[in-house]
Every structure is written in structure tokens, then in C-alpha cells.
Design a protein around this ligand. Sequence first.
Ligand code: GAF
Length: 383
Amino acid sequence: MMVEKIVDAFKDRFGAEPVIFRAPGRVNLIGEHTDYNDGFVMPAAIDRYVYFAIKPNGQNVYRFHAFDLNKSFTTTTDLISPSKSRWANYLLGVISQMVGYGKDIPGFDCVFGGNVPIGAGLSSSAAIESGLAFALNHIFSLGFTPMQLALIGQKAEHEYAGVKCGIMDQFASLHGKKNHVLKLDCRSLEFEPFELRTDNFSIILVNTGVKHSLASSKYNIRRNECQVGVDILKKYNANISSLRDVSLDVLNEHKSEFDKKVWDRCSYVVEENLRVKQAGEALQNKDFQLFGRLLYQSHYGLKEKYEVSCPELDKLVDITEPLDYVLGSRMMGGGFGGCTINLVRNTHIDQFIEQVKLHYKTPQGNTPDIITCVIANGAELFS
Ligand code: GAF
């Protein structure tokens, strides 16, 4: 088992018995690219984890080992700054944020690794940030709330990884609740759990095999495009500070002042926020057909207006369209690759897998990874 390998690696390297924590990856049912627009999202933590074996070392040094990469990184506690090592930055960023809050983070040793696929849109980086933040909060009794830890992880990503991400991924990794999706208001940071049991249908992810990297993708550009739209509308109404404050009517009223691309981006975000609200109602009414249709609509918005999909993601969604046992399907996460999320009736999972294998090959010519996931709790002390 993964966790045992990580514990053994810790003992071999540091000759001590560590404490084990784990933080999950996430799926997002609906509400994509809405978080950094102060809007609504509906993620859930899943049963794919990054495990952390960790122990204070009584020295002025942080020693990390990335088990999956077989790489190590060491730095003294007074020298926290961004490194050339991309993976180490997720960890250093967290420590730096905590220090920024005035906390003293003594030296520690840490081995981490897990089974959240990297570059698949399941937030492996947020799981690393959230897991370390959770672990340090616990072992050094720092007193941060889970939401503060999520904000720490988000800031780490901004400042040490260069991605101006929203709060969704770190939030989900820290707040996940078994059998529930969490509808988060990304402005007030209030959230509401909605039960989503998988008794009748399953959440199945299909990995395009196209690796996405938010840092090198057009993620930050999309964020700026939304801001351009806000700047136009704010001239007419000073109360508008993000696309969250904009209705479709207001957007339409000012359409002639928008460049087509910026208008498409903004109208997608406003429509997606409406879809998340409808999705919450659909879950409350157990109207899974409607819920699934909203997923398809979300995909077409992301493809046509927000332009963050790619041919491989589109192909995977298209394959599911004629299959009446698929309730909904869409690209998930930042886009430009990674996975689709599919809601598939439990009675037809084998047929679904067969259809996907028949009609889709990754760019490398392989059968795609197909992952059935279960909605799980957020970051926790594992043992
Ligand atoms: C990435 C980001 F990290 C999230 O904050 C969110 O914006 C998502 O892309 C798109 O919805 O996962």
C-alpha cells in the first residue's frame, strides 16, 4: 500500500517514526472558472490522496523527500524563498505564508507522495499544499481554521507556483465531506453540503492523457480577460467589483462596448454561476437528469465561450452524448487537458467503459485511464 511505502521511506531516510496525514484530490461537479470571479463552485474531495509522513527534527532545517519523483530538497528554516524546484515550491509557499501570519515553524522532516494523478485536473498541487498546511497546523498547534489553511494554500500557489488560482481546490481538499458535494460561495466563503450518493450512478473520470499545466496554460490570461469585462461595467456601476455582481441583462446592455472574446468569457462566467444555483436546486429535488444536463451545458460554455477545452476533452464528451445511461459529462478543472467527469448509471458502467475504449485513444495511442471515484472526507490525521 502507498502509505506503507511512504512510512518506510521516512524511516529509512530519517530513522524515526513519523505522524501520517493525508489530503485528497478533488472533483468539481459544476462551476468552472467561477471561483476567481467571486462566484459559485460545487466540488467534492475524492478517495485519491497525497500522504505525508512528517516529524519535527529539532534542527533549523526543513528536509523534504518527494516519494513519487524520488527527489529531495533541504533548506534552512531562515531561508524560505521560491526555489527552482517546482514541487518544492508548493511546500515552501505554505511555510512562507504561515511565517507571514507570524507563526514560528520549527524544523521538520517530511516524505510525501500518493495516488492523485499529476496534471490530470484533480488538483494534486492543492492536495500537496493542503496536506502540508493541515499537518503543520496539527503538529505545531498553530490554530488555523480549515478555511485559513485553504487561503494559505491558495496564496502559496499564487506566490510560489505563479498560478493566480481561485480557492476551490484547496477548499475542497480541506473541507471534503463523504457523500456530499459542497456548494461554495467564493466571495463569502460560506458553503452548503448537498448529499450526492452514488447508489444509482457513479462519478467516473476519463483522463485524456493530455497533461495540463495551469502555470503554462492560459489560466492567468482568462483571469485578466474577466477583469477587462469588470472594468468596463464598473464605469456604469461602482458596486460591480467582480463578475459575480453582473447579470446577463447588464452584460447584454453593454455588449457593444465589449470585444467579442471578452464578452464571451464574461457571459460564460455569468451563465455558469446561474447553472451552479440550478444544480444545487436539482440536487435538492433529486432531479439528476437536470443536474446532468447542466454538466453538458457547462462543457459547451467552456468549449465555445471560455475556450479552455481541447479536442481530446471534446471528443470524450461527444462520445457520451448518445448514451442515455450517461446523465452528464464535461471537462473538469482548469482545462486544456486533464479529465472529463461523467455521471454514469451504475447499471451500465461496463458499457460506458467499453464505449470510451472503443472510441478514444490518448495522443500517445493508449487506452485512457478511467477512474471511478468515491466522494471522501477532506484532509485528516491518518495515523
Ligand atoms: C484550477 C484552479 F486551481 C481553480 O481555482 C479553479 O479556477 C479551476 O481551475 C477552474 O474552475 O483548478
